[in-house]
Design a binder for this molecule. Structure first.
Ligand code: GLN
Length: 522
């Protein structure tokens, strides 16, 4: 079931296994037929995450990277679309001449091949199967995994099934039937899970664990309580406490080389639970009804907060309806983020928010579209131009934001933005340099439009500073206002590289600036 916590379990397991000194590579399988998540509405699946190699993925990949503190590539993001594309390409090339192409064996073999491609690069592959047992969408994938189990040593594969144990308010009892029914469906597909991770609000009662074990044909030691935790970074620690690792290692015939080294992790979790103060950050966007749409940003704020020992609370501001409420909003907040986005809905609200932050000395971080809004705002209100981005007004007299030249002839939307990691040159003596303390950095991009070079000298002459450039000096990647406590816009997405144990420097310095403004940091 979606939202049950499979992604969190997978991310936590990658962390625990890698800190037990195993080399682990995760794969997320999504049943949809899109090639990647780049063309999906954030309201349906949450944010689109971007990897170094430019792959646009489901947000679970972001979770893996944040827990594992390791960058992944497109191999880790498998969709129904990618598998079928491979099969159909092979069919067109003539690889299967004379054969009917069928789910079994052609599609299932392709899945198995994909998963085994990196066998030699790691000790353990962790495959998270999206969706629910019994769905059509992932049935062929589960079948492929059943077949994989036949091809490897029995002890080389471990099935962990995540199930729900609800409590009915009327009787107040933990109910085991949904777990029993789900395991039965899985058994009907030829799979006996080795471990059950039972999601519940409170710890599983001993008699409930026994009942589940008995009805599901699993030793009670392998029925693990995965109850709610206060924050998601506690989940790996809960799994240790609930003894998930012994049955996992025993099934796989592995001996951990040492106990998990989690000192820093534990310290950060402690910080989240014992913050010294609270900072409230406004996030102005149009997908504010679904917080998953900005998950990398809110998590990067949590990371910065955990590392500074404070709590950062994101406050969503719907820029589509709140045009006139902007001032009232900002006075109650310590800082403002305008995150990435697409399309004209909510744009004027965002531009108004930036103006208020600029004029009232509120720390401001503009990310991609947020930087573009800051440029439009400055061009309009300081340079007196009737300015806009051609994304929102094709005929604007002053297109301060315009398509990259390479984007002008693009007509296919999928995978054609400027995507993935690029090197950025940082200019000396700027806020950007103070943040990064380096002259070359790497960050991830996902955009089509950029600051129009024709307006750069005018903007500069009016006080807008440009502090990050492409290696050939042609594209502007960072803009800032020197006469402001913290006013920074990045064309890239620093949130994509923020990790729990290794937070984004941009977010840390932004939050520090908020504390400084309140006089709580010297
Ligand atoms: N829509 C803008 C562009 O394509 C901004 C994209 C973003 O914020 N990621 O350039």
């Amino acid at each position: 079931m979606s939202g049950l916590g499979k992604g969190l379990l997978a991310a936590s397991l990658t962390k625990l296994l890698s800190s037990s000194s195993f080399l682990i590579l995760p794969i997320k399988f999504d049943g949809y037929l899109n090639i990647d998540a780049g063309t999906i509405n954030p309201y349906k699946h949450g944010e689109v995450f971007v990897l170094d190699d430019g792959t646009e993925t489901d947000m679970d990949l972001g979770e893996y990277e944040r827990f594992l503190d390791q960058s992944l590539d497109s191999w880790s993001s498998l969709t129904g679309g990618k598998i079928f594309q491979r099969v159909i390409e092979k069919e067109r090339k003539g690889d299967y001449l004379g054969q009917d192409i069928q789910f079994i064996p052609h599609v299932t073999n392709e899945i198995i091949n994909w998963i085994r491609e990196k066998d030699n690069n790691c000790d353990i592959t962790l495959v998270e199967i999206g969706g629910t047992v019994g769905d059509i969408e992932n049935a062929y994938f589960i079948e492929a995994m059943r077949q994989l189990h036949l091809k490897v040593n029995r002890s080389d594969l471990c099935w962990i099934h995540v199930t729900l144990v609800p409590v009915l308010n009327v009787v107040g009892e933990q109910k085991t039937k949904p777990t029993q029914a789900s395991v039965k469906t899985l058994q009907g597909m030829g799979i006996q899970p080795h471990i059950l991770l039972c999601r519940s609000e409170k710890p599983l009662k001993p008699e409930v664990r026994e009942k589940i074990g008995m009805f599901c044909n699993i030793s009670v030691d392998n029925v693990i309580s995965g109850h709610d935790v206060r924050n998601k970074y506690e989940f790996p620690l809960l799994l240790i406490k609930e003894h998930l690792l012994p049955p996992l290692f025993s099934q796989l015939g592995l001996k951990p080389r040492f106990d998990q080294k989690l000192a820093l992790w534990k310290k950060l979790v402690h910080n989240i639970e014992n913050p010294s103060t609270l900072v409230r950050i406004g996030i102005g966007g149009k997908y504010t009804r679904l917080s998953d749409a900005y998950i990398s940003i809110t998590t990067a704020l949590t990371h910065a907060g955990a590392n500074l020992g404070i709590l950062v609370e994101p406050v969503f501001i719907d820029t589509d309806i709140n045009d006139n409420l902007v001032k009232a909003h900002l006075t109650k907040l310590d800082g403002l983020i305008i995150p990435g986005g697409f399309g004209s809905r909510g744009i004027e609200g965002k531009i108004n928010l930036v103006k208020e932050a600029r004029m009232n000395q509120k720390p401001f971080l503009g990310i991609c579209l947020g930087l573009q809004c800051a440029i439009i705002e400055y061009a309009r209100n300081v340079c007196n131009l009737n300015a806009n981005s051609t994304e929102f007004d094709l005929n604007t007299p002053h297109p301060v934001i315009d398509l990259l030249p390479s984007q002008k002839s693009v007509y296919r939307k999928g995978g054609t933005m400027r995507l993935g990691s690029y090197t950025i040159k940082i200019i000396e003596g700027t806020l950007a340099q103070k943040i990064y303390q380096q002259s070359l950095i790497e960050e991830r991009f996902r955009h089509r439009y950029e600051i129009n070079p024709k307006y750069v000298s005018l903007l500069k002459s009016k006080g807008f500073n440009f502090s990050g450039l492409s290696l050939n000096d042609e594209i502007i990647h960072i803009g800032e206002l020197p006469e402001h406590p913290f006013f920074l816009g990045t064309q890239f997405h620093p949130e994509f590289k923020s990790r729990f144990e290794n937070p984004s420097k941009v977010f840390v310095e932004f939050i520090k600036a908020c504390l400084l403004e309140r006089g709580e940091l010297k």
